[in-house]
Every structure is written in structure tokens, then in C-alpha cells.
Design a protein around this ligand. Sequence first.
Ligand code: SF4
Length: 362
Amino acid sequence: MAKKAAIFTRSSSSPSHTTELMKPFLKPFIIPIFIPHSGCPHQCIFCNQRAITGISGAIPSANEIHCLVDKFLGYKRKNRDRTELSFYGGNFLGLAPDRIQSLLDPVVPFVKSKKIDGIRFSTRPDTIDKDRLNQIHAYPISTIELGVQSMDNRVLKQAHRGHTAEDTVQAVTLLKEKNYQIGLQMMTGLPGDNDALCLASARQIIALKPDFVRIYPTLVIAGSPLADLYQKNKYLPQPIDECVALLKRLYLLFQENRIDVIRMGLQASDELDDPSTVLAGPYHPALGHMVFSKIFLDAAAKKIRKKTSPNDTVTITVHPRNLSRMQGLNKKNIVALKQLFDIRNLDLTTDATLESDDVVVN
Ligand code: SF4
């Protein structure tokens, strides 16, 4: 049976280190509906959705959903062909059946009239069971994302997740039987976690063959239980440089296994930019860009190192789309390469005929 929806493009050839990251990813236009903490059976240690989203209200009514959809459809640009409505910020399948129905029913007419192509939501692995999947089967749901966070049960326990890695394996198995697009969300920097455990989690996630992943570094959000630990000096957040280095390794690992990483770090927002929301941790509005810049820095350094006769002038050429990634934030990469290899003149040029992942050094 075909997948519920063909949303994502995927290369059939084996990717090189930087191949997939440069591919233009066909992002659907998302209409977000936030249901902060709705359906949550546990207070996870790191979470405060109300602080992150700035939304503290109850579950939206049918009328509110209609208004939100109409409003967002007005923002849609012509180059975004697929439109999906997404329920975020809570545990969707943890809601009572009548609540789930009250959220899905108002969306159906938009799908029938082809204004929306599908529905997606995020939920906990331990809410996936046959009864719940049967309940939503008739709705036009294309994608289900699971908050996996870690595949290490000790880390999950310390994060107060209340589910295990085995729940995730079971959930993915059931979702695959129903042919949903599957997105798995993992975290870095959780209490008790480290780079080795995180990479081991990523390998177990890869074995589950999701359609895509998102990676969220742990932040200390005001009002979360983790904020208490942090203020008592019982939790040390990941420094941003270490976080970027780990994200780079995770990203490359997923890409080598042809799994799209569609987000690294929380989407920047006024709430997150407010220092009274994020008390500590590796938050940066351009975190993903920093990771890609590091990958380009490594690729350029590798090629410069191979030059048998270094001279005073080095020219790096990349596809125009990747100019800022090659430069790095505040041209940090250029400065680093000049210092590392004692280069007097380093020119950066672009060439649109290059493959999008190419880094050419002359
Ligand atoms: S991480 Fe998910 S399940 Fe946990 S408290 Fe936040 S919204 Fe609820």
C-alpha cells in the first residue's frame, strides 16, 4: 500500500556527507494549531509549552479552528504546494476521544474542498495503540510525529517521560502498519544523557526507519521542573559549541542513513527570544545554520589540508545557496580557516553550476 501522503523528496542514491543537506526540501505550508499540554499525562522535566508558545488557552473550538485556517491560508505563498494543518504542543492522542473528534471534525471540510491536503499532529509513543488508531483512521491524517526524546530508558526516566524506548518501538510498528508518514523527535542534553548515549539513541531511531526526524536541544524553560534543578545547580545545560558539535554528528549520521532532519532547535519566536523564557541552554535563532556552517567549515578544511602546495591565496567556491553557510555567522568560518592554515588571502565565490553540496578549493 502506498504511504498516506508523498510529502518529502528523498534521494535514491547514497548521499555523501554534505549531499542531502543542500537539497531543496519541499516544506509543506503548515497551519499550526497549538494545544499546549492538552492530553499530557505527565509533566516532562524540560517542558513548559505555555511559556514556549505564549498560548495558555484551552483547546480551540470549531469556530476558532475555522478562523485560524482562513487566516493562515491568507498567508500562503504560491511556491508552497502542499498545505497541512498541524496540532502541536500537547499529546494529541492522549485527549479523550470526543476531544480528538472535536479537533479533527472542523478540519475535514477544508480537506474535502482541497484547501488543506492533510492533518498532522505530535503525540507520545505510549498513546499509540490499536483503539486510538482505529478512532482516527477515517480522518485525513498524513503524518504522525512521536516525541521519542531518547532511546535510553535511564534518560527517559530522569526526564520524567513516563514511557520507555520499547513503547517507541511498538508505536512505530503500529504506525507503519497504518502507513502514516512518521516523524520522530529526539532531544540532546537531557539530564543523564551524553554524546555517546545520544548517538546510540540516534542509531536506534535510524533502525526504526522514520520518514524524518527533528532534533531539539534541551533548554531550561522558565516554569519547568528542569528550571528548579538548574537553579539548585543540579542540572548543567549543554554549552552551545558542544551542542552544535553533537548536532553535526547526529545530522550526518541521519543523512548517511537517508533520513531527513527537518529541524534542529526550536523555531525562533518572540517568546523564546525573551530571556525570561529561556533561562539557560543552547538556544540560538540560527542554530541549524550554525550546524550547517560547521559542516561546510569541515569540508573546506579537509580540502585545504589536501592541497599539496599551499600558497598565499585560496579560493573557495560553493553553490550560491550555500554562501552564508560557508561564511558562517559573522564570517566566522573565513576567519577560522585563515588562522588554521595561515592563509593571507581567502576568496569566497559562488557558482550556480556546482552541485549543491560541492565545496571547491583552488
Ligand atoms: S513534552 Fe509533550 S507530553 Fe511532556 S509535558 Fe510537554 S507536551 Fe506534554
